[in-house]
Design a protein around this ligand. Structure first.
Ligand code: DGL
Length: 268
């Protein structure tokens, strides 16, 4: 097993990639993002299901992918069963970290996610199952997703604006769930606004451990060592036209990716 595909609507999945790569530094990573249809938190479920299954299945076949990580809560909370019907390789998804949050909260949890994720039945089922006693305050925001995208392109985070977005949760919670993979990219800024007495939790490390266990179950350690000598990374861009390409490529360098390549579903 060598090629892992990490998928998100935008740059948010890079926060998950970082966690996975620190567990498994010697594998090949392909990152695919669907900026053409971003933001996913505003999409109708049928469109989301059809886009994600077409994009992911096409890349899996074309690039000989061994494992898929859907590094997007908005997609994972609805698309995983459809994807698993089409692909035989392991597929790992990411969902809001309500369970670990409920284990540490003594007051109230704030779930910060996309508008779609906070409305999903999947999310409400998670809350009912894992946090029956601790109240969960929901904050659905697309603006925060955009702020993370802008930060990766070198734009300064406007702390006053961030405070405005998070204001319904300030002083109300002791644990915040970063239920969108874009938000760990704003971890320090969110921590500053919510205060040091609020614990921030996300699903990145848990997903990385799951991927590590799956990979180690399928491949011998000696083969992984050998792969370290031929390590390669790619970045694939799904929309037709480059989108703030230079600034984006600069931001991506810090994650070790090569410049963005365009991938168009209609050309596949
Ligand atoms: N990063 C995605 C998530 O985890 C979604 C962002 C968006 O496109 O709205 O939900």
């Amino acid at each position: 097993m060598a090629n892992i595909l990490i998928f998100d609507s935008g740059v948010g999945g890079l926060s998950v990639f970082q966690e996975i790569q620190s567990q498994l530094p010697m594998l090949n990573y392909v990152y695919l993002f669907d900026n053409e249809a971003y933001p996913y938190g505003e999409l109708k479920p049928e469109i989301l299901i059809s886009r994600v299954t077409s994009l992911v299945c096409t890349i899996v076949e074309r690039l000989n992918i061994d494992m898929v990580v859907i590094a997007c809560n908005t997609a994972s909370t609805i698309v995983l069963p459809f994807l698993r019907q089409q692909l035989l390789i392991p597929i790992v998804g990411v969902v809001p970290a309500i369970k670990p949050a409920a284990l540490i909260s003594k007051k109230a949890i704030g779930l910060i996610a996309t508008p779609a994720t906070v409305n999903r039945k999947y999310t409400h089922d998670l809350i009912d199952e894992f946090s029956p006693l601790i109240p969960v305050k929901l904050l659905g925001t697309t603006r925060l997703v955009m702020m993370a995208e802008e930060k990766l392109r070198g734009k300064r985070v406007d702390m006053a604006e961030l405070k405005g977005v998070l204001s319904p949760l300030i002083g109300q919670i002791d644990v915040a769930v970063l239920g969108c993979t874009h938000f760990p990219l704003l971890h320090d800024e969110i921590q500053t606004v919510l205060g040091l007495d609020v614990t921030l939790v996300d699903s990145g490390l848990a997903i990385a451990k799951r991927v590590r266990d799956l990979v180690q179950g399928k491949i011998s350690l000696s083969k992984i060592k050998h792969l370290g000598e031929v390590q390669k990374q790619h970045f694939i861009y799904s929309s037709a036209a480059p989108w703030e390409g230079a600034a984006l490529n600069k931001g991506l360098q810090q994650f070790g990716f090569s410049p963005v390549q365009t991938f168009r579903l209609q050309d596949a």
